[in-house]
Write a protein that binds this ligand. Sequence first.
Ligand code: 7PJ
Length: 286
Amino acid sequence: MPGVMTCGGLTLDLARPRLMGIVNVTPDSFSDGGRYADRDAAVAHARELVAAGADVLDIGGESTRPGAEPVSEPQELARVLPVIQGLRQRSSAPISIDTSKPAVMREAILAGADMINDVRALREPGALETAAEYAVPVCLMHMRGEPLTMQDQPTYSDVVAEQMAFFEERIQTCLQAGLARENLVIDPGFGFGKQLAHNLTLLHRLSELNTLGYPVLAGLSRKSMLGHLTGREKANERASASVAAALLAAQRGAAILRVHDVAETADALKVWLALKRLDEDNGSLA
Ligand code: 7PJ
């Protein structure tokens, strides 16, 4: 079972679900990162997420939304490095770098990042070697295809079975490359090359991933599957749906929940945990 994750000199006890707060530093229409105002806004937002209950901050400079174009290495570095540096000066919270590029992993870790979150599960050339060299926790996410085309009618005969085979292969490859098994986290990658029915099946059967023996990370926050279910077209109107999805993932054994709405999810988890403890004690509280 999950156990602990050592992140930035901090040991996260995974006996209860932990929150990974999302800090996007992908550009708006006016800028492409690197400006002081962008950096300061991202750092301030990250610190708010910590105050609201985030255990880890996930900093990403590559948009991986469906249809997103690739980002160059210099662009991605210009977006994320100033934020990591600024945050490291003002906070001791563990930092995860959301990237697939080995150079971005390396520079981020040298600037103070504690963990790698890779939607391509270390499949880019050099990524495996870089993760082995720095020996930090790594989230291996399942993605079918690439963001530009991944939502073009993906099909599976059994989405869970295919994921199990994918994780078994990636885990073996990681262990052979010298990564420590204690450093591996797996993630079904909701919305990454999946249709609504696939995403729902993955959530419904999430606990099956626990049989592999690695902590499971679930990222459902504000995703389009929640838009489909609720009719909410705007991502920032999906907070309630996101909290519900996070609790359902927690209920099925997710160890880490990657969320935008940290305060709301933290409150919901407190209620869930109180009942879970009663379940475990057979209701003997008072
Ligand atoms: C995920 C991610 C996820 C992990 C994104 C979005 C799209 N990393 N990065 N898992 N999603 N590990 O947040 O809507 O589900 S970007």
